[in-house]
Design a protein. Sequence first.
Length: 197
Amino acid sequence: MAEPTLLVHACCAQCLAAILDPLRRLGCWAAYFYNPNIQPLLEFRRRAKSLHVLAERERLTLIADERYDIRGFLRTVPWDRPERCLACYRMRLEETARVAAEKGFSAMTTTLLASEHQDHEAVRRLGEEAAAGRGLGFHYEDWRALAGRGREEAKRRSLYRQQYCGCVFSEEERFAPTSLHLYCGSKTAEQSGEGET
């Protein structure tokens, strides 16, 4: 079996499932889970587990860094957008480049390029910078058109589908405007439209 030459930073199983076919056309590659931005702990574990399940089913090579370091993440990133997201991309892409160089890969890419919710140009720029800093190539493709396929594949395969980007700040941004899990007084769950109390 050929040695993989491309290391693919995988943010989640859903985004990786979206781009399996294009990645396979690129040749031999391995996936890398490094996402200290994902919080809280049980959310982190759900996403890591889902990626392991996909890798096992598809017989993918997966390198998983499952250290949960919420304190390190919160010390490193600013708390407000867009600086927070840029620092988060940089952290994950620089670590991917470090691991790729250390393990003998010649290039890297990221599933963040398949997300409709990320700052695509920033991911591309920071990925290119991280790769160049380690003497690697950065494989760029705009995979956003495949995002819907990722959602469908995750549902079809019963893979965990997250509801927010990852960090506690993005969770707040996603759910603060909703009434999800807010106490509605004496109304029943059915009347409030939540179905869960």
